[in-house]
Design a protein around this ligand. Structure first.
Ligand SMILES: Cc1cc2nc3c(=O)[nH]c(=O)nc-3n(C[C@H](O)[C@H](O)[C@H](O)COP(=O)(O)O)c2cc1C
Length: 215
């Protein structure tokens, strides 16, 4: 799919058919996440892949009972791992870079899934401690986004967006006429395995399957 079609056509989907996702698709999505930029290329984040039915249900409950989370065949939990960047960049890394690294990776995964014709929804409302417990993460790993992935069982309307003339604040250069929408213009895009690295003990992608004893 063409990039701008992916960007404008992607929607948050909260109903999934339950049809499984092919491993090759999942791998492409994870590779896209792994291709995301990160501060100093330190990749101060971890990804937990949750596919077990029980863990998906626990995740849905931890996400303030957003039960659609469990109906997707897979969910990725993006977590900050600030210690990976803190050594080089100090407090700013702990406060900002790890969060940006994790959320850019989540964005890449979301767009990759859309490009493959799969549906996602970014879930940010959850109990941090509960999600941490469900994924069995060690201390220092903080979940920041859950991305359920599956086949859409609904086709949501585009919710619309603020106009660029309101959103974008241009300093200098040409007058901001370029950001105004012509009356005839179509609606704005809707309101539209890991690299080896020394000294990094934990794998970036953690599989979470039924029967995992850490649970
Ligand atoms: C940081 C963040 C947190 C979000 N948290 C939730 C959530 O907990 N539950 C949910 O159903 N949607 C959540 N969403 C999805 C938004 O509601 C959705 O992106 C927005 O309404 C725009 O719709 P669209 O994604 O279809 O363009 C979240 C999105 C973002 C970026």
């Amino acid at each position: 799919m063409e990039f701008f079609d992916v960007v404008s056509g992607r929607r948050s989907v909260r109903a999934f058919t339950g049809e499984p996702i092919a491993d090759a698709q999942l791998r492409k999505i994870l590779e896209a996440a792994n291709a995301a930029p990160s501060a100093g290329n330190l990749q101060a984040y971890e990804i937990y892949l949750v596919t077990g039915a029980r863990q998906r249900q626990d995740l849905a409950r931890a996400a303030r009972d957003q039960l659609f989370v469990a109906s997707a065949p897979a969910a990725l939990v993006f977590c900050t791992h600030a210690a990976l960047a803190h050594g080089r960049y100090g407090e700013r890394a702990r406060r900002l870079y790890a969060l940006q690294d994790a959320t850019i990776a989540c964005t890449f995964a979301m767009l990759a899934a859309a490009a493959l014709g799969l549906a996602t929804v970014w879930v940010g409302a959850f109990d941090d401690h509960e999600v941490h417990r469900v994924i069995g993460a060690p201390p220092g790993i903080v979940p920041v986004a859950i991305l359920p992935i599956g086949h859409a069982a609904e086709t949501p309307e585009a919710p619309g967006r603020r106009g660029l003339d309101e959103l974008v604040h241009r300093l200098g250069g040409r007058p901001d006429r370029a950001f105004r929408r012509a009356p005839s213009a179509p609606p704005l895009p809707a309101r539209p395995f890991r690299r080896a690295q020394a000294g990094r003990p934990a794998p970036l992608i953690h599989w979470k399957l039924d029967g995992d004893s850490r649970h």
